[in-house]
Design a protein around this ligand. Sequence first.
Ligand SMILES: Nc1ncnc2c1ncn2[C@@H]1O[C@H](COP(=O)(O)OP(=O)(O)OP(=O)(O)O)[C@@H](O)[C@H]1O
Length: 662
Amino acid sequence: MTATQPENTTGQTETSSTDAEVIELPTQHQGQPEAESEVVDAEIVDQDQEQEQEQPAPSTEVATRPKTTATIVPTSVRTAATRASDACKRPDRIALEVLRHELVYGSVGSARGAGAVWRWMTAAELDTQLAVKPELVLTTRKKRRNVVLAGAGTTAAAGTAAWFLLSPAVPIIAILTVLAVAGGLERRRAALGDAEAGHKSLGPSPSGKAVKKVFVAAKLAKNIEDLRIVGPVARTDHAWECTVELPQGTTYKAAMKRREEIAAAIGVDAVQVALDPVKGHNGRVRLWVADEDPMQGTRVENPLVKTTGKVNFWKDKLFAGADVRGRPVDFSMVERSYLIGGEPGGGKSVASNNVLGFFFLDPRVKIYLADGKFGTDLMMWEPMAAGVLTDQDQEAMLDFIAEIRIEMNRRYALKRKLGVQTFTEADANKYGLHPIVLHIDEIQYWTASGETKIDKACMSAIADIVARGRAVGIITGVVTQRPAAEVVPTRLRDILSIRWALRCTTPDASDTILGKGWAARGYSAGSFEPDQRGAGYVLAEGSSPVQMRAAFIDPGKGEIEAIANRAYQLRKEAGTLPATDDRAEIRLLSTILDVMEHPKGIHTKPLLTKLAEASDEYAGWDSTRLAAAVKPYGLIPGQVEIDGKNLNGYRRDRVQGALDRA
Ligand SMILES: Nc1ncnc2c1ncn2[C@@H]1O[C@H](COP(=O)(O)OP(=O)(O)OP(=O)(O)O)[C@@H](O)[C@H]1O
């Protein structure tokens, strides 16, 4: 035994035994410096207990290991050695234990192994496919049977040969070894028991009975006899599916509400489970269960990345992503409006880029952009936009919308004159009524700033454009990271026809986007996990939201830039780039900002040199010519102090202001 040797109160240490297990005893140090105590691999001992046993009074005597035998041996090794030495004293027990292991655990383990081989040989996992793919199942069974028979034959022949040619001990030892290994595995399985097995998943190819049990566990039926599996449980790509007839009077909607419970009973995540109605029978449900989480893994690619050429707004569908089964989720944008919402990082910018890429690639579509963050998210698209709201004054939104409203009213007048209900592509081409898109990111900047009066005014103006614009080719899209009633009130949400809810923090937030009641019916973007980026529900065409993953146009791979460049080229060829881009004054003011290296501004003399270098357009310009060119935009040169020199020049903020005004 080992010891800890605290110095006793008198400073003396006595050795009592060479082999006693020693516990650290309480000492009173009375101010003396503590002697260095050595712990040699001490076992954990319940100090209180030991003290109780050593009643009446704690002794200050401690046992120490003689220095000559102070070998450090790990506790585990010593425990094993002690057990082994104890066991050796009872060989009868060892024999009994070995016998029990071989006979009981070995036989059970071997039987379990044989069962597994049998199931493999008979291709049990393909049983449900027998009705649909009999040839595949029978061929697989035949192949596997041959493999098993060949293996068994070879083993038997080898065993017999060894028995006669070598010694009977060889096959006997082999059999005992197999039993020993099988027994070991079985013991382990028994020891772990349910703790490891847990509530097992149904696996990739469950039986009809197992599926029925799921519905009972999810409280959609009392007994499995109340349910019917219509057709086989079949495997499709990376999933299994089947049609379940619910107990009489139970509807598809009731099953949908219990999707989470169904997933739990199957032993998978809710996102892996899709329930679809069956046309013509409201009491049946098509159950689809993915092997893996379809909201993760390889991204969904937007075809716009690979295709060349332009989009036709009137004929093409906007590709938003893929549903859990990998089927495209796309919809026409004719006479539509959209709302994209979700918590930060949920994938709103990614979703918006799918939408904007689609619009910009039709060179006829005019797009107005407003970003409540006034950040860089929309920068790629801005040079092609018909209007970009840069003025951070909230009221500027009203002017921004007013411009579109004028056009809306003109279109309504034209519509009356022409006597048409809706404009077609032909009308649009003939009368110049090409689609107009107003895309407002972070709408809460204008609708929920807290300035009630202006918030209300912006909300009314936006709602008016959404409601009346639809019929005259004006599409409004709003995006928010704060899906709350004050940001997107019901009256606005209800008239936005496409609602795209990305991951939200709560079912209520999800309902703010999709509409009241959807979360309770099992459609909640609040159920997504943070690592399921781009996962969401889209309510567009059809009566129920579709769970899907947004396509990802990867900015890291330059894909957004490539699409934006293509759109720019298309617009250039079509002559639909915004006039601003080609206006001389815009070019000039932008070039001044480009060549301005100092954050404060630039002196006139170096500016003239740099302008001439930047473009032939400005070659030979002098200060008077430059001043005259920028004067109409309120830009007047003045004294600017740069690096200690106070000379005539242009201040950066003033040039920027002039550019905004221009
Ligand atoms: N559909 C998707 N597929 C794959 N990854 C995605 C998808 N959507 C988003 N992501 C990943 O999540 C990141 C955040 O997405 P995104 O910037 O669109 O979120 P956000 O909601 O706009 O956030 P914020 O409100 O902070 O701007 C992306 O950079 C991307 O890595």
